[in-house]
Design a binder for this molecule. Structure first.
Ligand SMILES: CC(C)(COP(=O)(O)OP(=O)(O)OC[C@H]1O[C@@H](n2cnc3c(N)ncnc32)[C@H](O)[C@@H]1OP(=O)(O)O)[C@@H](O)C(=O)NCCC(=O)NCCS
Length: 170
């Protein structure tokens, strides 16, 4: 059985067995994701095998106070709040870990962010790391922690666009 490409979450996909090892991300997928998708709070993409969700991510617009944005991204005289995009969720089922699903979802999300920011603006992509291990995952991908909260990280859309255009982005 082959994996799907990332596609929007619908009620026809089975999330009941999903387990990434982090309870908050498992619970959110099972109890909140579909309603957040249907109400337009978050755009959730899933990768599935025969309808069984094995990976997902959630993107939403956000706006943050300038002081939490790393100085290198908060250049000039930014508006207050600073328009950004938020990758609030990213997870792969542990049964499928290490096969590139997470990396594929991140790349797909980065591409969507560059396209979205070109249409409606957005200075940076913000991510909420679930724990210290996740902070390392994001730092290896060019994200910088907020000085106020190391679990909140940013990468400028301009930087993401350059790395995707060069083919080095991930
Ligand atoms: C982080 C996560 C999404 C990666 O998903 P994945 O599908 O295994 O990702 P990939 O196969 O593309 O590998 C990505 C990274 O995970 C590492 N990895 C792969 N399998 C792993 C495993 N079994 N245990 C720990 N790390 C693993 C890879 O070495 C790679 O490391 P890198 O950052 O140096 O590139 C997944 O481990 C997960 O859901 N973790 C729990 C939730 C979480 O931390 N979400 C991310 C931030 S909130």
């Amino acid at each position: 059985m082959s994996l799907s490409a990332p596609e929007p979450l619908t009620a026809t996909r089975n999330v009941s067995n999903f387990s990434c090892g982090k309870a908050t991300l498992d619970r959110w997928l099972k109890t909140r994701a579909l309603s957040h998708q249907q109400k337009g709070f978050t755009a959730i993409l899933v990768v599935h095998e025969a309808g069984q969700v094995v990976g997902y991510d959630g993107l939403a617009p956000t706006a943050v106070v300038p002081s939490i944005v790393p100085r290198s991204i908060r250049t000039g005289q930014p508006p207050d709040p600073v328009p950004c995009l938020l990758l609030g969720q990213l997870a792969t089922d542990t049964e499928w870990a290490g096969r590139g699903i997470g990396t594929g979802l991140v790349k797909h999300a980065l591409q969507r962010c560059v396209q979205a920011a070109a249409l409606i603006g957005g200075r940076a992509l913000m991510v909420n790391a679930v724990d210290e291990e996740a902070v390392g995952f994001w730092r290896r991908r060019g994200f910088t922690s907020s000085k106020d909260d190391p679990l909140v990280l940013f990468r400028s859309i301009a930087d993401i666009a350059v790395s995707l255009a060069e083919g080095t982005g991930r």
